[in-house]
Design a protein around this ligand. Structure first.
Ligand code: 7PJ
Length: 275
């Protein structure tokens, strides 16, 4: 089970988290409203397509991205969380900022998805003071510079030990084990070789006992493997999602929810050996 506020998920079948980015349209004064309306429509579509969780993010964390101001992130994310939560959607909020976490939880969010694994001062306390779920992700460095020659001794052991330690710190801070998921953070300070080692050995992370979330959708590693541009990585993303689930991932974070749900329906039926 994974407990996320008023939503409790049975992990007997893999969960799908759909991605909604609330990104600014800077060349228009009406940008903020239009962006919000577009993000809401996208979130509803992902829900209708079968997403178990919708992940809302107001800060770009792609390699090379620069940080966003707290007020901007709040303005982008919170109205969307309020609307979706009121519609009964399980909303995850992708943020590293404690103030955004607190506002998101007050607005009805069910999960905090932190690429910084609650490292910011006050972040762990913000989650502990609530009953929402949390995804702890591993990242080496910072988005602006993280792809500049990341190096590890044993990437799988280092990522596992980091995540296990962060999860343990969360439990010590009063966050129940059933509220915690862990994520190796594909592409966050990792080369293609690192990502492949981590994906191949995802079972080592799953052996910690925490549900593992895998985010590979459209990522550049898939581009490196296939030679395809970001708009042309759906087949690669589906293969990556199935490979992750086959190695023990409990949750896949994807852009293409409808296609992923279909792929998982077939994969799961074969696993069961029955309809
Ligand atoms: C991830 C994420 C991921 C989690 C992003 C992108 C980059 N959160 N946020 N795991 N990736 N938990 O989607 O390409 O892999 S932003």
């Amino acid at each position: 089970m994974l407990r996320c506020g008023r939503h409790t998920f049975d992990l007997a079948r893999p969960l799908v988290m759909g991605i909604v980015n609330v990104t600014p349209d800077s060349f228009s004064d009406g940008g903020r409203y239009l962006d919000a309306a577009r993000a809401l429509a996208q979130a509803r579509r992902l829900r209708d397509d079968g997403a178990d969780l919708v992940d809302v993010g107001g800060e770009s964390t792609r390699p090379g991205a620069t940080p966003v101001a707290e007020a901007d992130e709040l303005a982008r994310v919170i109205p969307l969380v309020e609307t979706l939560a009121a519609e009964g959607v399980a909303v995850a909020v992708d943020t590293r900022k404690p103030a955004v976490m607190r506002a998101a939880i007050a607005a009805g969010a069910s999960m905090i998805n932190d690429i910084g694994a609650l490292a910011a001062p006050g972040a762990m306390e913000a989650v502990a003071a609530s009953d929402v779920g949390v995804c702890l992700m591993h990242m080496r460095g910072e988005p602006r510079t993280m792809q500049k020659a990341p190096a590890y001794g044993d990437v799988v052991a280092e990522v596992r030990d980091f995540l296990a330690a962060r999860a343990q710190a969360c439990v010590a801070a009063g966050i129940a084990r059933e509220r915690i998921a862990i994520d190796p953070g594909f592409g966050f300070g990792k080369t293609l070789a690192h990502n492949l080692e981590l994906l191949h050995s995802l079972g080592t992370l799953a052996a910690t006992g925490y549900p593992v979330l895998a985010g590979l959708s459209r990522k550049s590693s898939l581009g490196e493997l296939t030679g395809r541009s970001v708009d042309d990585r759906l087949p690669a993303s589906l293969a990556a999602a199935l490979a992750a689930v086959a190695r023990g991932a409990a949750i896949v974070r994807v852009h293409d929810v409808r296609e992923t749900v279909d792929a998982l329906a077939v994969w799961s039926a074969v696993e069961r050996g029955a309809r």
